[in-house]
Design a protein around this ligand. Structure first.
Ligand code: ADP
Ligand code: ADP
Length: 216
């Protein structure tokens, strides 16, 4: 069956919000299929810059490896360039952006946000999700050693992110609670926040996101 969303939730951009490992990237694929909005993941853009060895990558490297946020001006520069591209004119699906109030304020100046989907997962579950996360470099598909095992035939090409270790994840959670989570209230006050229980199966989380987006 082809899924669809009503017209009003198709206008503007959608933000996927939540702690590291909440399932933003996992759910993004389904929302992209549904809305045809391109996924804009600042984490993926930074990792691409890092592997190219560009100036941006060099600037971001130490922050990412320490599990700290990359400075706002760097991120805002990156996003404003991305939003100038043709495919962004009907809105995008932001994944991992904005992560500070300053980033959200800048975003409000350059794009319309129509909904912020907050995937809620407690800290106790986050570490296990992050440490078990694996990625297929050929397709970009995200797997988990226990929760979403990859097919046997591709297991030996899977990669693990350098920052997906227990000590970095503690810093990422600290950064999330101190700098990012206040954004939930900021967006709630604007009537844009949609809360979703992120501790269900991947399919059920996606179903809840779609039914709540459709009800808007
Ligand atoms: P996760 O999927 O675990 O939430 P991301 O891939 O979104 O991680 O981000 C990885 C790292 O990239 C972050 O720990 C941070 O250093 C940097 N980063 C990504 N997006 C942002 C952002 N919007 N603001 C600041 N730093 C960011
Ligand atoms: P984020 O983009 O928010 O950092 P990911 O989508 O990369 O998170 O998911 C983090 C890890 O948790 C991945 O290994 C993914 O397979 C797994 N995962 C995602 N959603 C769920 C879920 N609902 N239940 C169990 N594991 C999940």
């Amino acid at each position: 069956m082809t899924e669809s969303l009503p017209r009003n939730s198709m206008n503007g951009s959608i933000v996927l919000f939540g702690p590291p490992g909440a399932g933003k990237g996992t759910q993004a694929t389904r929302i992209v299929d549904l809305t045809s909005k391109p996924q804009v993941s600042t984490g993926d853009m930074l990792r691409a810059a890092l592997s190219e060895g560009s100036k941006l990558g060099i600037e971001a490297k130490s922050f990412m490896e320490a599990g700290e946020l990359v400075p706002d001006d760097v991120i805002i520069g990156l996003i404003s360039e991305r939003l100038k591209m043709d495919d962004a004119k009907n809105g995008v699906l932001f994944d991992g952006f904005p992560r500070t109030i300053a980033q959200a304020r800048e975003l409000a100046k350059i794009a319309e946000v129509s909904a912020v989907v907050s995937i809620e997962v407690p800290d106790e579950s986050i570490v296990r999700r992050i440490v078990g996360r694996r990625m297929d470099p050929e397709t970009g598909e995200i797997y988990h050693i226990d929760f979403k095992p990859a097919p046997e035939s591709i297991i030996n090409r899977l990669i693990q992110r350098k920052d997906d270790n227990e000590s970095t994840v503690r810093n990422r959670l600290k950064a999330y609670h101190e700098q990012t989570s206040p954004l939930a209230i900021w967006y709630e006050n604007q009537g844009l926040l949609i809360k979703v229980d992120g501790e269900q199966t991947i399919k059920n989380v996606g179903d809840e996101i779609i039914s709540k987006l459709s009800a808007r």
